[in-house]
Each structure stands twice: as C-alpha cells, then as structure tokens.
Design a protein around this ligand. Structure first.
Ligand SMILES: Nc1ncnc2c1ncn2[C@@H]1O[C@H](COP(=O)(O)OP(=O)(O)OP(=O)(O)O)[C@@H](O)[C@H]1O
Ligand SMILES: Nc1nc2c(c(=O)[nH]1)N=C(CO)CN2
Length: 175
C-alpha cells in the first residue's frame, strides 16, 4: 500500500504545537502538508474551535493498518487528552485515516470498524475536505466524487465559509 490522506485536528492545549509534532512524526513519509485552518466544532458544539490540517503521506511498504497505528501513536504522543463521555468532544490531537490508495492507485475500501475506509464521516466534514483540497486539487473521495464538487454543494458550501485559513500558523518551517 502506498499513499494516504490523514486528517489532523486539535482543540485542547497547545493546538499548533500538537499539530506540528504530529506532522514531524510522519517526516519520513511526508509528501506534502496543507495549510492550517481554524474551524468551528463539528458534532458537539460546546467546545473550543479546532485547528485542522491534512497531510499526504507515502510509503510503499505501509499497510492501511500501519497508517492507523502511526495515527494512534501520534495521538498517544500528544497525551490523548479527551473526555470519553463525549464522542465528538474536545481533544489534544485527533489523527484520522481518510483514504488509502494501493500500489495500483486504487482506493482501499474497508468496513472494518477498527479501520473503515474511506473514513465514514469525511464526506460531511468541511474541516477534512477543505485542507485536503489544498494538497490534492484533483482529489476524489471514493464513493462521493470530486472534492471540488463536494465543497461547492450544500451543505458543505455554507460550512466552508466558516473554515478560516491561519497562514500565521504554518505547519512546517520554510527552508
Ligand atoms: N478511518 C479511520 N481513521 C481513524 N480511526 C478509525 C478509522 N476507522 C475506524 N477507526 C476507529 O475509530 C476508533 C475511534 O477513533 P477516534 O477516537 O479518533 O474517533 P473520533 O475522533 O472520536 O471520531 P471520528 O472518527 O468521527 O473522528 C479508533 O480506535 C479506530 O480504530
Ligand atoms: N472542527 C472540528 N470539529 C471536530 C473535529 C475536528 O477535528 N474539527 N474532530 C472531532 C472528533 O471526532 C469532532 N469535531
């Protein structure tokens, strides 16, 4: 398996520091990182705003399960602080595996609850699709179509207006 899009989010503690540490943990496989966006909480309104971003990673040897393990390791390194009683509640770091493509460039489909691919809620999340389209303008969400069509149709077209770029908070230092 080769490529994956990972979504990063944080709304507790040092939000940008946690996102940067997560990106650094994928340094050996990182193709490109999106800009950072400030986004209103989705799914559970009573919590602080999130910082969200997306990264494209590639490793010819990595299985989908290994991407999930690396995502979990990044969350654990951020302390995994969260309220277990709130499904979509606040957290120091969330790293979700959005799509994985195999060596032939075909998307991996899985209904395994441990690793569902594509991520089952990605199609309704402007905070996932807006950063993703930064780094993959011709991107498609398998089963849902082009990112550009999803983001330009309701309900996401309205939601994306509240997704604010934070160019003052780059993920990577310019070298
Ligand atoms: N595509 C996926 N990416 C990440 N985790 C997944 C995926 N599919 C299933 N899971 C499972 O979901 C479990 C809960 O993940 P997590 O705590 O990140 O959920 P959440 O962030 O509360 O909700 P959401 O997945 O909607 O963002 C994980 O332990 C993982 O095994
Ligand atoms: N804006 C935004 N809202 C969320 C996010 C996130 O990353 N960004 N993650 C959640 C966890 O499932 C729940 N709600």
């Amino acid at each position: 398996m080769t490529r994956a899009v990972l979504s990063l989010g944080s709304n507790l503690g040092d939000r940008i520091g946690q996102l940067r540490a997560a990106v650094a943990s994928f340094d050996d496989v990182l193709l490109v990182a999106s800009g950072v966006y400030e986004t209103p909480p989705w799914g559970d309104a009573d919590q602080p705003a999130y910082l969200n971003a997306a990264i494209l990673v590639e490793d010819p040897r990595a299985t989908p399960r290994e991407w999930l393990e690396r995502a979990r390791a990044a969350e654990a390194a951020a302390g995994r602080l969260r309220d277990p009683a709130r499904r979509f509640g606040p957290r120091t770091l969330d790293v979700d595996v959005i799509v994985v493509w195999d060596a032939a460039g075909e998307p991996v489909l899985s209904d395994d609850p441990e690793l569902t691919l594509p991520h089952p809620r990605a199609s309704s999340r402007a905070f996932v699709l807006r950063p993703w389209i930064d780094i993959d303008p011709y991107g498609r969400l398998p089963g849902h179509g082009w990112l550009t069509d999803l983001l330009n149709a309701e309900p996401l077209a309205s939601e994306v207006r509240d997704v604010s770029p934070r160019p003052d908070l780059p993920l990577e230092s310019v070298s």
